[in-house]
Design a protein around this ligand. Structure first.
Ligand code: ATP
Length: 363
């Protein structure tokens, strides 16, 4: 397994990039720790595959270096990097049996036959295909073929890193859950460094120790699921993670007080801002419904029951915002205001989180 260092890394697909906008991947400096499971999460076109392909060696970065355990691999071919990769669509050999497909990377490395047999049996079990090991891959469903691809990715225990690019897209929903659980178990048992690209937050949050959120070619936050939930570093993270996402209110900030329209809101700490666009981010879980008092005027538009909780859609100064209430908690009938739980308030300037005075913002 290896620590992966992204050193001053950036990539443009253009031959002569002239400004930041020309870069599909904007400058990055990060150490991804040995043995951790990372999910690269972001919407389509934000640069996830570009970054993964640079790590795997399919793409050479236009700037910077990539290191595995301190060794510069920037100009090494994929085959030399000792990694396993699983792509969005199956890559299997139709004329081979399932067993032969799974054994392929091990045979290539001239592993003893009894060791191959043991590993193939184990992975066959993990992907739920033990009974089909001696069947030819031809004629299997796309779902089954993708399970073989996943199995082939997981079969080697000595790789520097395991890279997955949206590997569960063609898998049916029940099996998705099952395979995600198996991947987590694999990580737990062997401690591989894993990088898993997805645009699905559930997949990212259930799989990863650390989620790397990308937006417009930039890594905007690397954090545990809890950190992304409690302290989104960028308004995009707040909006993208959570269902519904974080509400964002334009606000004037003055020390430990915010003003939203006529309403004054006491902040949990004091904040120094530098004259940029300032906003408060409050997740739906931290919005309280009230009748009268000092809150922000709001009108209930509709209430949606989604099982474990209710989503209350409200109009606040012409914009729709969301609150959630646990199942069984009644919606106050005369609701005409909202207030915020102080611990759920984050302050943003030009979309980036501002740390309370006296605290340093995490990278
Ligand atoms: N081969 C290429 N040539 C030129 N531009 C490209 C190439 N591949 C990707 N891009 C552009 O680079 C940006 C990042 O694309 P990338 O595929 O890395 O994003 P992504 O987050 O993986 O998206 P998706 O989830 O849709 O695959 C996009 O604007 C895309 O159009």
């Amino acid at each position: 397994m290896a620590k992966i260092t992204l050193d001053n890394l950036a990539h443009s697909y253009l031959p002569n990039p002239s400004g930041e906008d020309d870069y599909a991947l904007k400058e990055l400096n990060h150490d991804w720790q040995d043995g951790e499971a990372y999910a690269l999460l972001g919407s389509s076109g934000c640069g996830k595959s570009t970054l993964l392909n640079i790590i795997s060696g399919l793409l050479h970065p236009s700037q910077g270096r990539i290191l595995f355990d301190g060794q510069d691999v920037t100009h090494q071919a994929t085959a030399e990097r000792n990694i396993a990769q699983v792509f969005q669509f199956p890559v299997v050999y139709d004329t081979m049996t399932v067993r032969e497909n799974l054994a392929f990377p091990l045979k290539n490395r001239r592993m003893p036959a009894d060791e191959i047999r043991r590993l193939v049996q184990k992975v066959g079990h993990m992907i739920g295909m033990e009974a089909q090991l001696d069947r030819k891959a031809r004629g299997l469903t796309a779902d089954a073929k993708q399970k073989i691809s996943l199995g082939r990715g997981m079969v080697r225990e000595d790789v520097n890193a395991l890279l997955f690019d949206e590997p569960l897209t063609v898998i049916d929903p029940h099996m998705k859950w099952e395979l995600r659980t198996q991947l987590k178990k694999l990580h737990h048992d062997f401690g591989h460094t894993m990088i898993y690209v997805t645009h699905d937050q559930t997949e990212a949050l259930t799989f990863a120790d650390k989620v790397v959120v990308m937006y417009d070619g930039r890594v905007v936050q690397i954090g545990t699921p809890q950190e992304l939930f409690e302290r989104p570093a960028h308004t995009f993270v707040g909006y993208f993670i959570g269902s519904p996402g974080m509400n964002v209110f334009d606000a004037e900030i003055s020390g430990s007080e915010a003003r939203i329209g006529e309403a004054r809101i006491a902040l949990p700490a004091s904040y120094a801002t530098a004259g940029g666009k300032t906003q408060l981010g409050v997740r739906p879980e931290f919005i309280r419904l009230a009748e009268g008092g000092d809150g922000i005027p709001a009108k209930i538009l509709r209430i949606e029951d989604v099982g474990r909780h209710k989503i209350i859609r409200l109009d606040v100064a012409g914009r729709e915002i969301n609150a959630t209430l646990p199942e069984g908690t009644p919606v106050p009938a005369g609701t005409d205001r909202i207030t915020f739980d102080p611990e759920g308030i984050n302050v943003y300037e030009n979309d980036w989180r501002v740390a309370p005075k006296g605290q340093r913002e995490a990278a």
